[in-house]
Design a binder for this molecule. Structure first.
Ligand SMILES: C[S@@+](CC[C@H](N)C(=O)[O-])C[C@H]1O[C@@H](n2cnc3c(N)ncnc32)[C@H](O)[C@@H]1O
Length: 199
């Protein structure tokens, strides 16, 4: 999956990595920054998504679509689809440009609007990736967990670099009897929660 990255995907990833690095240095206002995951998190997500049980791959918080590209690699290999949710029209426009130039429009669908409203329509999720405003992690988690297939995964970013803000979410997920969860030091810290395959 990683050894033969299609050239349009590799090129768009490189562009977005350069822009994200520039945004972080030059004082670009927070809501305009891409705030994307580091490449190591992308690789980890793609591996996990490719091995997840059959079902939709869902992403909450698209920004310009960098993390979506990693998920799209997994979706293509495992013959699945990615559904990604973004609130801001200007970020959604950038993401559409990403999916068009990278050639992944056949496996990715972008839903523009408030994910908390739109996620309620879903079912049959094999893997969900959560990466948006930190106060929304808990409500989004509560909507997603019942919609995971047995053996399905929920992955959430920033559990280490934003440990204080995400403390209540972390406590809730680690204590939740509906899923087995842990935090791993990949990138900015990922919470992994898996719904048991039976029981
Ligand atoms: C940290 S960025 C996502 C970065 C992206 N996952 C990546 O790694 O390339 C968070 C994104 O979530 C979006 N967002 C915030 N609230 C949202 C909501 N209620 N529904 C959907 N998207 C939302 C923001 O506009 C922002 O683009």
């Amino acid at each position: 999956m990683f050894h033969d990255l299609p050239e349009p995907v590799r090129a768009r990833m490189a562009e977005l990595e350069a822009r994200d690095a520039r945004d972080r240095k030059d004082g670009t206002p927070r809501m305009q920054r891409l705030r994307q995951i580091p490449p190591e998190t992308g690789r980890f997500l793609a591996l996990l998504a490719a091995a997840a049980p059959p079902g939709l791959i869902v992403e909450v918080g698209t920004s310009a679509g960098y993390s979506t590209l990693w998920l799209a690699l997994a979706a293509r290999e495992s013959r699945r689809k990615v559904l990604t949710f973004e609130l801001l029209p200007e970020k959604a426009a950038l993401a559409r440009e990403t999916f068009r130039t990278a050639g992944v429009e056949d496996v990715v669908t972008l839903v523009e609007g408030d994910a908390l409203v739109n996620l309620k329509e879903l079912s049959g999720i094999g893997l969900a990736f959560v990466d948006l405003e930190k106060e929304l992690y808990l409500p989004v988690y509560e909507v997603l967990v019942p919609r995971l297939v047995p053996g399905g995964w929920l992955v959430a970013d920033n559990l280490i670099n934003l440990a204080k803000a995400l403390g209540p979410f972390r406590e809730r997920a680690l204590a939740d009897a509906r899923a087995d969860a842990t935090v791993v030091p990949v990138g900015n810290g990922l919470l992994l929660a898996r719904k048991p395959a039976s029981g």
